[in-house]
Design a protein around this ligand. Structure first.
Ligand code: BEZ
Length: 297
């Protein structure tokens, strides 16, 4: 049975599970951070806002090189795991929607940061729960980037890496085809889409609209080996990251069939001889360094 609703669920469900994320499905996310942490280059005097900190594994590493880190994530599950596993005297974790930094500042004091940092989160944060309404989606993005700008000290830097245009297109195309084959409509798929995967030009436009001086926007095609854990691989990836789409198929057996077929397709398309039984997914990263000018005109 296919869920007949045409809009994505309004009340956000917390689909995150920190253990599944960090051990079974995506341990490579905090591991593949050499380039973005080099751009961040944390200094002992830096007060940093970590936007979309997830389970805090990278936050704690960064905290060893910074003065203080305020880390936020919209998932209560992730923040609970971060407080439990990656606490440090100079780190504070909060549950908050990263697209509403104005609200965060109003609630927690108008702190200004040397740097706002974000890894693997901007595509979620600047995505929209109401993606069929482009006006609402664009207002959310504008509010999100304006909030980052306002949170920075003059001359402060926004440094981020996230999913860019065509990110994971292979696995997404396999999933959407499987959903269509199971009676889900393209309109339902679009309504459930939580991500914003911008081109370089789109990212630059948003940053400049918010007032940033853009120092770097670059993209990188980075095929990434998925895990070979029993509940990991492409199937685990889809279960964890694509829960919103899977909920469009009500029947559990059909849902499992969708997951199985995506895994099969990806193992064929992304499988390779280097790692027996391994399969890669076509991650595309977009990296940003943008400065809040000394004088805002
Ligand atoms: C990413 O990090 O690029 C990503 C992760 C999950 C779903 C989509 C994209």
């Amino acid at each position: 049975m296919v869920n007949p609703t045409t809009t994505a669920p309004k009340a956000p469900t917390d689909d995150w599970n920190s253990t599944t994320y960090s051990t079974t499905v995506a341990p490579f996310v905090p591991a593949l951070t050499t380039k973005i942490t080099a751009l961040l280059a944390p200094q002992a005097s830096d007060v940093i806002l970590d936007l979309g900190c997830g389970d805090g594994v990278l936050t704690k590493d960064l905290a060893a090189h910074a003065k203080h880190i305020v880390a936020i994530d919209s998932s209560a599950n992730m923040i609970e795991a971060a407080n439990k596993n990656y606490s440090a005297p100079n780190v504070e974790y909060h549950v908050w929607d990263g697209a509403d930094l104005a609200g965060f500042q109003a609630e927690h004091g108008e702190k200004q940061y040397d740097k706002v940092f974000s890894n693997a989160a901007i595509h979620w944060i600047m995505g929209s729960p109401d993606t069929l309404d482009e006006a609402k989606a664009s207002t959310r993005r504008a509010h999100g980037f304006a909030g980052i700008f306002a949170a920075l000290k003059p001359n402060g830097l926004f440094i981020s890496e996230s999913g860019g245009h065509l990110n994971c297109a292979d696995i997404r195309a396999a999933l959407f085809s499987a959903l269509l084959a199971n009676g889900v409509t393209m309109q339902q798929i679009k309504a459930a889409n939580p991500w914003w995967f911008p081109t370089v030009a789109e990212m630059r436009k948003e940053l400049e609209k918010a007032g940033f001086e853009v120092e770097l926007v670059e993209e990188e095609f980075r095929p990434t080996e998925l895990t070979k854990e029993e509940d990991g691989g492409a199937g685990g990836w889809v279960r964890l990251f694509c829960a919103r789409f899977l909920r469009l198929v009500e029947d559990e057996e059909k849902r499992e069939e969708v997951v199985r077929s995506v895994a099969e397709v990806l193992e064929f398309v992304g499988g390779h001889g280097d790692v027996e039984g391994g399969s890669k997914c076509g991650y595309v990263r977009i990296r940003v360094v943008a400065r809040r000018p000394e004088v805002v005109v």
